[in-house]
Design a protein around this ligand. Structure first.
Ligand code: ATP
Length: 415
């Protein structure tokens, strides 16, 4: 079936003029070097689904460096990265494309990085995650535009199915569990029946994956246009619990997502991270930070979320704005916003929300310099007076610089 399919016209219709030029030049460079060259992966899937094209991935049979250099030279671009793994990134015409040498991959043990040998395009398609991502379009030799679909990806695209290429796929690389659910929800597909069984069977294989690879997959999920249905599936199928067992305890993750969406208008990656951390106890949060080898910023959001949740009960209606400010200032804003969206105590939620929306931006009108000019020696007393001014402003007691100066003078005159 695929023998008869030619995507040349579709390519020209869906790519930008610069992308078309780039592919034409890449094909001509490959021809001059007698190297077969293919467009592969997500771009072929998206093209067949008439979706917008983002990144261009190319596979060349044979040495990648020569092709990357020739292409960069012909179009005055740069080869920005290449490595012993036979991959190259080329920056040309304002975009960057990845080119890799066609490869054959085998896994010595679950979760290990694959053993890589040069191969042909058929090998390269067989190492991929799902049939819908295992198609290629030939750019060189002619006829260019020809679709290669040895694993029947088009059949699964029309049936809207995410299907692994073989039963050991999730064992080889359990990051594919997260990838499968990302595609399933993003494309509004279903897991093919056997793939669904394998995914459940192999959840424990997530233990074989190192922290930073897992974190990368989670970050890609958080960055999706609609993370919510994907995260709900990760919770529902027990993927989150397999990543970090305490996350299995909370049966409420999906309804928490709904409250998050209701409470925060523009959700960002760190909000989803805070959602993940919210049900955890402090020691469990430390476990999650270690499991995902989190960088400082992520770790701070996780810790701040858990601690905000735990002292939320102190932020009742009797807590003054200044007291709330003192408790929450210095914590990640995303942590406070998420803790507010998920808090069930109305008074505590109100305090956190007002802090996030108004109080955290409040500063005294006078600066430290202004206070020194009023005759106060440089030193800790300046800081104490600034705190006093902040508190007065938060209470609405002062609204002008003159009122703040009067307050400082009054304090200085106190015995
Ligand atoms: P997206 O639209 O999410 O960018 P993509 O298909 O371009 O989708 P990438 O993560 O950029 O996804 O990967 C490019 C291609 O590399 C995929 O289409 C897939 O064929 C292959 N691939 C990526 N990760 C894996 C993996 N863990 N196992 C096997 N193949 C993979």
């Amino acid at each position: 079936m695929s023998d008869s399919v030619n995507l040349k016209a579709k390519l020209e219709a869906h790519l930008s003029p610069d992308q078309v030029t780039l592919l034409r030049e890449a094909a001509s460079a490959a021809r001059s070097l007698s190297r077969p060259l293919y467009l592969v992966g997500g771009v072929v899937r998206d093209l067949l689904m008439d979706q917008p094209i983002q990144d261009i991935d190319l596979v060349v049979e044979g040495d990648v460096t020569l092709l990357a250099r020739t292409l960069a030279e012909n179009l005055s671009g740069d080869v920005v990265a290449h490595s012993q793994f036979n991959t190259a990134k080329v920056d040309i015409l304002g975009q960057s494309i990845d080119i890799v040498t066609a490869r054959h991959e085998t896994y010595r043990r679950p979760g290990a990085l694959p053993t890589v040998k040069p191969g042909d395009i058929q090998d390269d398609l067989r190492r991929r995650d799902f049939t819908i991502n295992a198609m290629a379009v030939r750019l060189s030799p002619e006829p260019s535009g020809k679709l290669l679909d040895p694993l029947d990806g088009r059949r699964d695209l029309s049936a809207k199915l995410v299907r692994v290429l073989h039963p050991g796929s999730f064992r080889d690389d359990a990051t594919r569990i997260l990838r499968a659910l990302r595609y399933e929800q993003r494309l509004h597909f279903r897991l093919e029946q056997d793939t669904a069984v394998l995914l459940r069977r192999d959840l424990s294989m997530l233990d074989t994956i190192g922290g930073h690879r897992l974190r990368r997959e989670l970050a890609l999920t958080f960055h999706e246009r609609e993370p919510r249905p994907i995260l709900a599936r990760l919770a529902h199928l027990g993927v989150l619990g397999s990543l970090h067992p305490p996350l299995a305890r909370n049966r409420d993750m999906e309804s928490m997502l709904a409250r998050l969406h209701h409470g925060i208008p523009r959700l960002q990656l760190l909000h989803y991270l805070a959602w993940l951390a919210y049900p955890l106890r402090p020691a469990e949060a430390e476990g999650l930070i270690a499991r995902l080898a989190m960088p400082k910023r992520w770790a701070a959001v996780v810790r701040d979320t858990v601690s905000t949740r735990h002292f939320a009960t102190e932020l009742t209606s009797s807590a003054s704005p200044a007291a709330v400010y003192r408790r929450l200032s210095g914590l990640s804003l995303e942590a406070v916003q998420v803790a507010a969206a998920l808090e069930t105590n109305g008074a505590a939620r109100e305090s956190m929300t007002r802090y996030a929306e108004e109080w955290r931006k409040v500063r005294p009108l006078l600066t430290g310099q202004d206070i020194v000019k009023l005759g106060v020696a440089q030193g800790p007393q300046v800081g104490e007076l600034l705190d006093l001014l902040l508190e007065a402003r938060l209470k609405g007691g002062t609204t002008t610089r003159a009122e703040e100066r009067a307050l400082v003078r009054q304090r200085l005159e106190e015995p």
